[in-house]
Design a protein around this ligand. Sequence first.
Ligand SMILES: Nc1ncnc2c1ncn2[C@@H]1O[C@H](COP(=O)(O)OP(=O)(O)OP(=O)(O)O)[C@@H](O)[C@H]1O
Ligand SMILES: [Mg+2]
Length: 369
Amino acid sequence: MNVQKLNVSDYRNFETASFSFDPDTIHILMGRNAQGKTNLIEAIYFLSHLRSWRTSKTPSLIRHGQELFRLEATIENKGRVESLKMIFSQGKKYLFRNDKPVQTFSNFVGILNAVLFSPDDLQIFSEPPKERRKFVDMELVKLSRSYTTRLGRFNKLLKERSAILKSFRVDDVLLSTITDQMIEEQAVLITQRYAFIQLLEEKARAVFPYFGEGREKLSIRYKTCVDPSLGMDEIKKQLTEAYQKTRLKDKQMKTTAVGIHKDDLEFYLNDKLVTQTASQGQKRSIVLALKIGLCQVIQAKTGQNPVLLLDDVFSELDETRRAGLIASLPEEIQIFITTAEPVSPSWFKRPVRFYTVDHGVMKEGIYDV
Ligand SMILES: Nc1ncnc2c1ncn2[C@@H]1O[C@H](COP(=O)(O)OP(=O)(O)OP(=O)(O)O)[C@@H](O)[C@H]1O
Ligand SMILES: [Mg+2]
């Protein structure tokens, strides 16, 4: 997948600008701090996810003093060209695909599939489990419609169960019915999450040695309430037992203690927990391996590479790791890299286009600003 054209209007510090990009090419966005490099890849990310990773306050993305912002892109996907447009005005997003209005977010999100690495991602190791679940869900939602529907059904059931537990007199029959339905949905969701994490681990593990971390083995452990490697029937059996065990306590505490809403991921280098022992550079290498691995998972599942956005990726990486990162980038993938540090064209053995960003203006070429 490639972004052929991008138009931005009143987005952050960009007034109106149009850019053309090349397929399967690395685009390097250079410039001093606070010039708009990240803003530009944020615009691509926004068209992919309909939100920013930097803020939940979409109005703050409107250029100061203006009332709306507009983002447009032409996307090439498996040889098919599509246009996407998003206008944000008065707190509302107006979406268009090939100039026709799109009513629901789910019919727009992921058409442009972008995978982002940002320095904020290093927090994945220390954040609460909810964020790691979000990472898995966000990708699975893009990869599988059935996952999306099922997860929606599970969340609804979880809310219903919680309402029953909180009611004055708990309806035991209803509680059992809802619990049984939750078990059915979860058995499939656990299997899907497990398969995704296994594949991600395999791909990330293969990339990891590029970062000079050859001696260490990267592992990702999917922590859930049952053994996820088992068959569907066995998973259901274990879930049923787990719910039977906690039923009384759930009624006392008025909450559901067991289920995939408590799932987590654990990362290991050899057999040591990353949170406890890994250095900053190692954590960065792991996250980069995960993101590049994720691109390969998407390629394997959809037959199409996503667009890769790497924000400030060279800082804190020593020369070996930087070279490793460049060597590990898949060939047929369009990449955008922002950097405030000088980058030499000689680092790359493939087509690279250089841009300089200065005060919300991006021009092709390397300029001394
Ligand atoms: N809504 C907005 N309207 C106008 N300008 C904005 C808006 N939001 C952010 N900016 C400006 O955008 C600039 C920051 O852009 P960005 O985060 O892309 O910087 P950067 O080039 O990536 O810098 P760094 O190298 O420090 O990461 C700042 O000058 C900021 O004032
Ligand atoms: Mg930046």
